[in-house]
Design a binder for this molecule. Sequence first.
Ligand code: TYM
Length: 336
Amino acid sequence: MKKKRVFSGVQPTGNLHLGNYLGAIKNFVNLQSDNDCIYCVVDLHAITIKYKPEELRLNTLEIIASFLAAGLDYKKSILFNQSSVSAHAEFAWILNSVSRIGWMNRMTQFKEKAGEDKENASVGLFVYPTLMAADILLYDATHVPVGEDQKQHLELTRDIAQKFNNDFNTEGFLTIPEPLIQREFSRIMSLRDGKKKMSKSESSDQSRINLKDDKDIIAQKIKKAKTDSLPIPSNKSEFHSRTEAENLINIYQSVSGSSLENVLKDFGGKNFSLLKEKLTEILIEKICPIGDEINKLLKDQKYLKSVLKEGNLKANEMANSKLDKIYNEIGILNVD
Ligand code: TYM
């Protein structure tokens, strides 16, 4: 079977949480043994909203540390940061001319992040999806593992690639990528409100489990997680609008690796206190070692930088070779 070319990115905007891990990074790790995988810390995306320069540098290293701690191997997968490969920004500029304003106007992530005051949002935030398309299309990625929230951006990336191929009459030149969105766990919800996704930008830290939370914090956050007063359902159809119950069961299922059927058999009809106790135990067992490893790796910045350096070299080689072809296709004069 032909290997997949896998590409995905994570923003260095602070602590990674359980949603990032279960929805995306765990899948990155599963894909790395049988495919060509490229995973990027998308630092140029992170500057589209207000940020602190001194934190961005550290956050970039922290994502690399988190990748490694979660099980990514930099000898098997290419791990790099976006800004070190200038082809991303150059290609994004070209794609800004291919993409239509109407397409960008439909992006829900822009509407969410820009909030009420859209006139005051950065232009970078508005064209965020063309940089994301550039990330993916530069490497001829065939598959892109992401959480549910990125589905619309992936669909747009496909439209942009299609339009580029049509505009320049280059059928098949840009590879049309497939999203890899897990059927389950693609949307881990907030612990405080089962209708909102777990997110780095949510102001309450109680709404999420961060990969670096210690065991006391995990225990306290799960204890306080919102539930309802009914017993746990015994089958899926009974969840109805009980989003908080469904979310805790989903998290338990994903972290423990058991089937939904078995989880509902074990917990159906029982009180949430038992599920919370077992969920705390399994999170401490599976997540705390990742957090400990992140903290350990962060003490050796020289090593983390050397990992990035190796990835940057490999990514530059691939991206520059594609960019040369792109410039040629669009009619840019090359006098070398
Ligand atoms: P970012 O940094 O917001 O999130 C990284 C990954 O985590 C997933 N995710 C979730 N999955 C399930 N439940 C949640 N609550 C949850 N929260 C986050 C995201 O879907 C994502 O897969 N635009 C991207 C970064 C990016 C990118 C790319 C991704 C830039 N270029 C190219 C793929 C390919 C983002 O904001 O991810």
